[in-house]
Design a protein around this ligand. Sequence first.
Ligand code: ADP
Ligand code: ADP
Length: 226
Amino acid sequence: RCVLELKDITRSYGSIDALDRLSLRVEEGEWLAIMGPSGAGKTTLLNILALLDTPTSGEYILDGRKTASLSEHERAVLRREKIGLVFQQFHLVPYLTALENVMVAQYYHSMADRREAEAVLRKVGLGERLSHRPSQLSGGEKQRVCIARALVNEPALLLADEPTGNLDERNEGIVLDLFRALKREGRTIIMVTHNPNLAKEADRIVYLNHGRISPVNPFVEEVVDA
Ligand code: ADP
Ligand code: ADP
């Protein structure tokens, strides 16, 4: 079953095509890594997939829905229902506990359920950290709260932007284990990453260059963007 399809997507900023007639199909249960040098269009692609940005031309079909004709409100609803987002900079609410941070995502879904929020935190190994605030959590634990928050509404698609970017080696390993477990559960995952340890675990690596998909990895990275 096809979770999403991009058909001939272009995203222009003035004369620059950040994405240039890009097509991509992702099946349910697939784990995709997106790699490429700085400026390749990775962030632009992730924003379009997350319904945070709209293509200049081309078609994006998410879970059978054509997204082009949707209103801003319908896009927001679709995003909350279908997409879980994990960021490099965790974006947790500092004065809320781990549990409350996960429950915020449920409120947006208008079905807060404390037991479910606790269950998803236990699942990411944070059963003993429910009442901790972000400042009391390690980087790896914060990232796992983010992953729990992204998962709590059972999204059709999990999108992650450099999920190990701010983690040390040990916590990178923990997050890697977690993504492996999500893959085994049949989750559909798309992640942008510079981390080869993470990318090699994916089912498929998509290399972007100048807004297009490149069949091989022709890049030697000089600068890793923050
Ligand atoms: P990456 O995430 O791979 O580094 P981006 O998607 O951020 O690439 O950028 C792709 C191209 O689009 C770059 O040339 C970048 O300068 C340009 N770009 C991205 N966002 C904007 C913007 N808001 N305004 C103008 N140009 C942009
Ligand atoms: P600590 O309290 O020392 O930071 P954790 O409780 O965070 O340890 O993690 C202990 C171990 O459990 C880690 O080695 C990690 O790999 C594993 N782990 C935690 N959560 C998961 C998960 N959801 N899936 C797989 N392994 C996990």
